[in-house]
Design a protein around this ligand. Sequence first.
Ligand code: UDX
Length: 465
Amino acid sequence: MRIAILGCGYVGLVTGACLAEIGHSVVCTDNDESKIETLNQGSLPIYEPGLQEIVDRCVAAQRLSFTTNLGEAVRHGDTIFICVGTPPLPNGDADLSSIDAAARLIATESRSSKLVVEKSTVPMQTGQNLARALTIYSRKSSHTFSVASNPEFLREGTAVLDFLHPDRIVIGVNDEQTEGMLREIYQPVLQRSVVPCPVHKGSCPVKEAPTLLVTSISSAELIKHASNSFLAVKISYANLIADICESMGADVEEVVLGMGLDPRIGPAFLRPGLGFGGFCFPKDIQAFIRLGERAGVDVSLLRDAEVINKRRVDQFLAKATHYLWTLKQKRIGVLGLAFKPNTDDIRFAPAIELISKLLQEHAQVQVFDPKAMTKSRSLFPSIRYCQDAYQVAEHAEALLIATEWEEFKNLDWERIKTLMQRPLVLDGRNLLDAQQMQAMGFEYQGIGIPVTQAAAETARAVALR
Ligand code: UDX
């Protein structure tokens, strides 16, 4: 099928490349010409495992192309996926102006009828506004536009896997013809006939075919916000439990393990730490709060999850102050900048907030991240960007783990200990094993792990602030 992708951010690029990979003819466009130039030079504007290979293969097979000519892209697609950004406005609402602009572009540039699919994360009722805008902007033409919602659930770092092996595909439609077109587009994924599987190189362990859930457009839009907000609440719940563990003397890792064994709860997204970041959860829970308020619904559950999340970095910083007394002029190493491992994305990353607060305390900060250094340099020109984790440890009086990159777990921690001025490790992601670290002679403090009485009092004081 002939498909156009408007917007080449995470969602657009992964969607476009994977739709080409499963056999469609895809043209991607973006009004950021430098992004298209980068793509046409054969590189990606983002780091996403497995994506470069798929883009190279599909471009070579002439199933995927990138153009700055917005109209040409629109005219290529019988189906147009809107994947533009919907960043938060100051009041927390999602900024839908790019969706509106996409409607105007589609209505004015189309030379035939189109299926227009919302893929960006949007609040409920956006589909209705989109349909109305398309009708208004195309009142001089005879073409018709059907609208559908197809929210994506891909996670950064595993986006290609999530697209080709989704748990479910949700399509919000108004009619059977639209349902039929989207079912045909996703057929190879639904029938698991993408062979060889680009993620598993042929020996694909995934057996179950994903569920195709057909709903109304409004329900599909709500499924996305509700799902992300639920996961955010689950993470904040785990962090709430961690605070109780720290204050009262239990081990959160044992507690969440016990909780997660109940299939009604499940182990996923119960990892306590520095809180959720990234370009989705923080803005989606805010937009969902705003939607709930407009609906006249009490959204205090979501608000509290947000408040718990916003406190995580301050609580972690209070721990550092507890151990270091004051932070001024202290040399502090930070491992991890990205909002989570396997991505170079630092948007709303707790690590970034942590570093800016350490700098406010006039600490000397040295950092390392396997992928996110380039994107951070412009943010903090004054800090020391190290070659590797060992350089971060040099003369450090504390090492703070902010992102749980697997490679940090496999470091030579004996060597790290010799490099540090004081073997103090504060683990904001419970990446390391407390007993092993303490047995090696480190002062080690995780999240929600039993601590000294003094540190418990600090944690209690900060939690109640
Ligand atoms: C999320 C959703 O998972 C995905 O379905 C949606 O399409 C987009 O938003 P993403 O933002 O890439 O994906 O990251 P995710 O893996 O969900 O992690 C979000 C944040 O929560 C990260 O900061 C992560 O560190 C944190 N997190 C996640 C926890 O603190 N604890 C957990 O148990 C899981």
